[in-house]
Design a protein around this ligand. Structure first.
Ligand code: RET
Length: 269
């Protein structure tokens, strides 16, 4: 069970969380349209990056929409506060959604950084295996977040080891392939690394929230943290990779169809 179910909430806390969760799925729907519409401005081999972003948007949309419904169903107004009703809120839905999104986001990086052949295959396997190991060990640990007994800390640490491994692999993917990119795209690729680092660190921060902010306000902070992390690690990251792919496409001499020139501001966004 999650610590969200151990408190009652005043009107402000309850509505703030409802709004933050609804922002999450609304942004994913908007992102889906953006990635589909701008797909044509990329050279065919990079269009797969937009398709991967669209996959992330659809899966995150449904997960966050479900979570929003769980939230509004898990509490009822008793005249003074929002108290537990007969269903539970669960962040577990987030973890299962990450099983799709984490591998897809990392594979998208390989596509845009121009990794191909054997290297692509090896990195692909390492990202999927490492990513799933990080997520499922963390998933096991979050069941113990209320009592914060040994499994909470042990699974959290095991998950962190996989996280560090992934970060090393991501840093190598970005910095090891910078030379393949046109000069105009290199600062953006470095930006992708820092964005990924900053946004992904928010997830372990949210995992730890019950340990250092064990109150209804801590729950508000945790759901805001998750939403900021979701928007930056999925949408902003996808937009940034799209801009890089567009610059690489242009450097490779790809000229988008006329309709795309009209749809996008000059120079692309
Ligand atoms: C867990 C458990 C505690 C330790 C660590 C974790 C890391 C989670 C991460 C999740 C990233 C999710 C993303 C989703 C995007 O769709 C599992 C919370 C280190 C890094 C990027």
């Amino acid at each position: 069970m999650n610590f969200e179910n151990t408190f009652s909430y005043n009107v402000d806390q309850f509505t703030l969380i409802s709004h933050v969760l609804s922002l999450g799925f609304a942004v994913m729907a908007a992102g889906l349209v953006y990635f589909l519409v701008t797909r044509g401005s990329l050279a065919p081999r990079y269009q797969f990056s937009s398709v991967l972003s669209a996959v992330v948007m659809v899966s995150a949309f449904f997960e966050l929409f479900l979570l929003y419904q769980r939230w509004v169903g898990a509490f009822r107004w008793d005249g003074t506060a929002f108290v537990q009703s007969d269903t539970l809120f669960s962040n577990g839905y987030r973890y299962v959604n990450w099983s799709i999104d984490v591998p897809v986001l990392l594979i998208q990086l390989l596509v845009v950084m121009g990794v191909t052949g054997r290297r692509f295959h090896l990195s692909w396997v390492a990202f999927v295996v490492g990513g799933l190991a990080m997520i499922y060990t963390g998933y096991a640990g979050q069941f113990y977040e209320i009592e914060r007994s040994a499994p909470y800390w042990i699974w959290g640490l095991v998950s962190t080891a996989f996280f560090l491994l992934l970060l090393v692999l991501v840093a190598r993917t970005v910095y090891g392939n910078l030379g393949r990119l046109p000069a105009s795209a290199r600062p953006l690729a470095r930006g992708v690394w820092w964005l990924l680092l900053g946004s992904w660190l928010l997830y372990p921060g949210a995992y730890l929230m019950p340990a250092y902010w064990d109150s209804a306000d801590g729950v508000v902070a945790r759901q805001i943290t998750y939403t900021v992390a979701d928007i930056t690690s999925k949408v902003v990251y996808g937009v940034l990779l799209g801009i890089i792919a567009r610059r690489v496409s242009a450097a490779e001499g790809y000229a988008p169809a006329v309709a795309d020139e009209v749809a996008l501001p000059r120079g692309g966004i």
